[in-house]
Design a protein around this ligand. Sequence first.
Ligand code: PLP
Length: 456
Amino acid sequence: MLTNDELAKWDRENFLHPSTHLGQFARGEAPQRIVTGGEGVFITDRDGNRLLDGFAGLYCVNVGYGRKEIAEAIADQARELSYYHAYAGHGAEANITLAKMVMDRAPDHMARVYFGLGGSDANETNIKLVWYYNNILGRPEKKKIISRWRGYHGSGLMTGSLTGLELFHRKFDLPLAQVIHTEAPYYYRRPDLSLSEADFTAHCVERLEALIAAEGAGTIAAFIGEPVLGTGGIVPPPAGYWPAIRKVLDRHDILLIADEVVTGFGRLGAMFGSDHFGMRPDLITCAKGLTSAYAPLSASIVGQRMWEVLVEGTDEHGVLGHGWTYSAHPIGAAAGIANLKLIDELGLVRNAGETGAYLVASMREAVGAHAHVGEVRGEGMLCAVELVAERENRRFFEPAEGKGAKVVAAMLKRGVITRAMPQGDIIGFAPPLCLSRAEADQIVAVTRDAIAEVLG
Ligand code: PLP
């Protein structure tokens, strides 16, 4: 076995890590962690640390680490049929079974599921299907996609454009011209503090209407949004937001894509966030929770009205020119089947709702009154603590002070992993859905102590 020193050196000399400060990492100035194992909500590293993972990897290890049932399903599938493609009507028992399981759980009006590898490619698929749909309907000018500032939809060319966070655009020549952004439904940061939640929903609707009027409804194909803003700050929508947005979209014949990469398969205490918030989407994007990240797999779930047009399109123009070599990979599908079974058997959707509510309430009680905590918010097994320089005027800390990152580092020292969200000083929590109340208590106690250490 390699020594820690050798591995650490190879890592710094060879590995271009995603979402990493490359220069600092290569020079040994940025931290490095070599992870060796995981069990339940804990991971272990080569230095012998055992850490409570309060972010489930990247909000994806929903059933927790070390589930033998999934590992065995993967091994059995690899022995029996490691791979066959899914083009031209080819299937395997695993991907056909998973398609049935996904459709049994999806909202009623959904018709078919396409499998890819990750959230970014599933969103790319959905945008291509939207464009194809409008071309088949004979309206080639209806192509723009509306996304929200602070939305996160991936980091490819189109998906990085949809993402409404500066870090993912700067120096990449993004966003692409077909993407436009509208206001984030971020009640805590509403433009006028006298607005009620209902007023703020009306304000977001107004902004959307104004954007559609300015661009022309005939040029806009779809609106994409996460049920709860995730990487943009873990922000649940204000009351009535989704039904109100849906109404506007219906009026202008604009499709709705629900990006449920984080929320799909239970994280909000409902199988889908679309049902939880009454979104009635035309397309749903899923990834992470589909396999709990035991293998890469994503799903683009297509609604009935879109499905009918896709069928019409291939009847007129032949085979759908879209697919990846690894679409519906049997090993990913086997992981997905075992994962969805476990979610049911362990009652994890219910636990996400109940223990998630307990986590948010305990967090609010522990740190909600702190002079530098502006808001504690959450939905299901998602929680955020927003730090501010001044509570009264909600003033941000100077970004260069890195207060969020400092609190997260202070938590890590105490054995709990959380995430400093990329815009603002927001501490994000998205633990595995199997979190217990005792583990929630540990997260809350460590958060309280870390905030006290960094902010007094
Ligand atoms: N959509 C949402 C809502 C996400 O949170 C993410 C990733 O965090 C993505 C899409 C992109 O998924 P991936 O990183 O698997 O490409």
